[in-house]
Structures are given as C-alpha cells and as structure tokens.
Design a protein around this ligand. Structure first.
Ligand code: 2Q2
Length: 323
C-alpha cells in the first residue's frame, strides 16, 4: 500500500510541475571564434535565451566563445558529423567547395553598408544561402554585417610594394592566400585563436581583420600599426546542419527561425554602436592608424580576385557590383 501511495505522490508531483521536464529534449552546441566581449557572443547568448524561452525549455543552446568548441574549420566539420551544431563563419566556407560563398567576403566587392544590406539581405544573398545549403548541407540561419578588414603590422605599409614578402596570417581561405600573394605578402593560413601567440613570437608579422577582432583578441598589444586598407567589406553567416534543422519538429524549426531573426537584429544594433567604440579603444591602447594608397591596393587585389575566380564567380561578382 505504501508503494502505491508513493507512486501516486510522485505522479501528482510530476503533473503539478506542468509535466515540463527539466531536461531539454535538444541541446545545441554553438561555437564561434570571438571572445565574450564581441557582439557575436552577445548575439549568440541572446539567441540561446530566445530558443529556451520560445521552446519552453524543450531546446537549449550552449555557447562556446574563442574557439573553445574547436577551431572554426573543425567545428564546421563537426556540424556535418553531429559533434557540433552551430558556428559563425563566412569566407572559410570556400573550403567546402562552395565557390559562391566567398562573395560574402571578397576584397573590394562591396562598396559600403547600404550596398552590403542590399546584397546580403536581398535576392543575391538568398541565392548564396541556397548554394550553401545545397552545396555543403549548412543552413545559414542569420547573417552579420562585419566591419571592414584592415591590415595590421609592426611597420608602416602604405602601398602593396611595402609588403615586400611580409609573413601575413590569413584565415584558411584560398582566395585570401592568392590575393595577398599577388599584393606581395607571404600569406600563411592559421586559425584565429593562434594569431596572438604567433604575432607575439614573430612567427607571423601581420594579420588582417575588422577592428572588433583586433580589439577583442588584444592584438593591439602585439601590433603597432593598423593600415586602413578596408580591403574587405563583408558579412558572416551563422550556420547549422540543414539535416539537423529539417529533423526538428516544425514548431522547433519555427523557434530557431524566430530566435535567429532576433539574434540578427540585436547583433546589428551592437555592430553599429561598436565600430566607433572599437576604433577609439585601439587608439587609446596606442595603435596608430595609417592611411594607405587604397587605389593601389584595390587595383592589385581586384585583378588577383578576377584572375582566381571562375566564370560563375566573376559573373556573380559583376551582378553584385551592379547593384
Ligand atoms: O580572421 C578570421 O579568422 C576571421 O575574421 C575570419 O575571417 C572569419 O571567422 C572567417 O573565417 C569566416 O569564415
């Protein structure tokens, strides 16, 4: 009789807890390479909050900054084999034989913010997203405008001729290797989380990134000059496995869509505020900003890009530049 009473009591307790199990049905692992101060991380945390709220705790998102879930390329591989779920990426997708994904961060393709929004947020952006889904099985759930990429080094570089074989870290993006080789540097692909130490040990002499990552990775401690090349104005994608997304119940797919929309809007608000704050921060930390011969960088980089692009990529580049 006592056992029956105990069982009834346990059932009653479960039902008065609204039957909501504390254990989520789904846990998504969200990796990125920026640190906790970066807008990407705050946006990812907002996404996690929204997913939990909208799914009533049925789905949980765990966010791992600074490549703690793994280096960008490893996490992308992990997403396709199920050991990770979400990553912030972009031009690195070129390595998944996605020739058109590189247009999200091609040197001198995008003129300014307005142009970027029309491309990334318009029909061409949708085409690129579909290409990423069909070509590699990654589903972009959001895109983030990025600040312009600028070259940093410990010596002043005003013209491509000044590069003179400088060992320059680039992300694992073959277009960047080709472009910076054509400009006269010695490009070295490397995961972002290794850049600070490599600069500190002088195994590389420069890198190129937007102010946000230069600041958040503390690169101003090991790089004196920021050359205002603004050689890439682009955007990144938050991607998850399309197979995983399609395997979710429809209502949880809608939770992902809605939470991702909130994340994208929130991240953009942070981005608009942050560029100027990051610039001032780098200036205050002793970085010197150097005006460069942008025409010379643009001419040399653009011809390297069109030379390395195939017909389809050059056609898409032309369509982007005509908008
Ligand atoms: O320099 C870096 O590693 C980042 O700014 C990357 O450009 C970015 O994460 C890309 O690798 C996205 O594919």
């Amino acid at each position: 009789l006592a056992l029956v009473q105990l069982t009834l009591l346990a059932l009653a307790m479960a039902s008065c807890a609204g039957g909501k199990s504390d254990k989520p049905e789904y846990v998504l692992r969200f990796g990125h390479l920026a640190n906790r101060q970066h807008g990407w991380h705050q946006a990812a945390e907002r996404f996690a909050e929204e997913v939990s709220r909208l799914s009533d705790g049925r789905m949980q998102v765990k966010v791992y900054p600074s490549e703690q879930l793994g280096k960008e390329m490893d996490v992308l591989t992990g997403i396709l084999v199920g050991s990770a779920d979400i990553m912030i990426t972009g031009e690195s997708l070129q390595s998944w034989s996605l020739p058109y994904a590189i247009l999200c961060a091609t040197p001198y393709a995008i003129r300014d913010s307005e142009h970027l929004k029309k491309v990334a947020g318009g029909p061409i952006g949708k085409e690129i997203e579909q290409h990423i889904i069909e070509g590699a099985g990654f589903k972009p759930i959001a895109w983030f405008e990025r600040g312009a990429r600028n070259l940093t080094a410990n010596r002043i570089i005003r013209h491509p001729d000044d590069l003179n074989g400088m060992i320059l870290r680039v992300p694992a993006v073959s277009l960047y290797v080709k472009t910076w080789s054509a400009l006269g540097a010695k490009p070295t692909p490397m995961a972002f989380s290794e850049v600070f130490t490599a600069l500190q040990q002088s195994t590389i002499h420069g890198q190129e990134n937007p102010f946000a990552l230069i600041k958040d990775a503390g690169l101003y401690e090991v790089q004196k000059y920021c050359m205002l090349t603004e050689h890439v104005k682009g955007w990144s994608y938050v991607v998850m496995s399309n197979k995983k997304y399609e395997s979710l119940p429809k209502d949880l797919q809608q939770v992902i869509d809605q939470a991702a929309h909130t994340m994208q809007q929130y991240e953009h608000e942070l981005f608009l505020r942050q560029e100027k704050i990051d610039y001032e921060h780098l200036l205050a930390r002793g970085m010197e900003f150097i005006e460069v011969d942008k025409g010379a960088f643009r001419a040399a980089a653009s011809s390297a890009v069109t030379a390395s692009f195939d017909e389809g990529q050059n056609d898409l580049l032309r369509r982007i530049q005509e908008i």
